[in-house]
Design a protein around this ligand. Sequence first.
Ligand code: B1M
Length: 211
Amino acid sequence: MSLESIYEAVLKGDAKTAAADVETALNDGVPPGDILHQACIPAMTEVGRLFEIGEKFVPEMLIAARAMQTAVNLLKPHLVDSDVQSLGKVVVGTVAGDLHDIGKNLVAMMLEGAGFEIIDLGTDVSAEKFVAAVQENNPQVVGMSALLTTTMTSISATIEALTEAGLRDNVKVVVGGAPITQDFANKVGADGFAPDAGSAPRVVKALLGAS
Ligand code: B1M
């Protein structure tokens, strides 16, 4: 089974074929990381490009996202080692006003694989909900994802809410998502920025002084 056929299935939003082809590729010994990075993620990038030039529309982005999530769910057990010792708790969520969750789910998966306990608040998470989750779970890290330029401001609003609640010094804040940069992270007072899911565990571990 070629990576090309998985790429095409995700691009077309054909979840059934994507699932069958991922299963076959795994059985054929294709590394799960290659399936993710050389087929699934490039397909979503292409969906975004086609949307931008008016050749794909929101419903097509949605079905491509479902196919991507189906593939990721099959890859997860192969990418996450469930026997690693806990390095700490991370509360993750996509910020208020934003429904994109594929990148956030990948980040959560990689952190879980590296040994962190994940409390996933989902999408469109208000500042109040982040604050409540920190009060309730006492995590070491809060991870926020934003995919829209219009929701980047929800990151600063959430950081402010954590400060107002007296919790900012208790947690490290890590941010990411397509429009987020290191410069933005510095400006809003985040502790860390990860450009992709692969680098998220390294960034979080460095902030916590874990090796
Ligand atoms: Co939307 N969307 N979308 N969309 N969508 C984008 C983001 C867009 C760039 C498309 C485009 O125009 N080219 C554009 C944003 C433009 C902008 O703001 N500048 C856009 C738009 C405009 C919209 C709507 C407004 C469309 C509309 O309704 N007219 C709407 C907004 C809805 C809302 O959120 N309120 C909308 C809706 C949707 C769908 C619901 C249809 C669907 C999302 C489904 C879902 O997530 N369950 C969707 C999709 C699929 C996309 C694209 C095509 C793909 C996103 C994706 O999953 N990428 C996207 C175009 C693109 O990104 N190329 C687009 C794959 C994923 C692996 O990458 O999410 O970047 P990414 O995550 C990476 C890194 O960013 C990083 O690691 C991840 C893995 O390496 N990362 C972190 C992410 N979070 C992190 C957190 C961290 C660290 C790293 O620490 C905590």
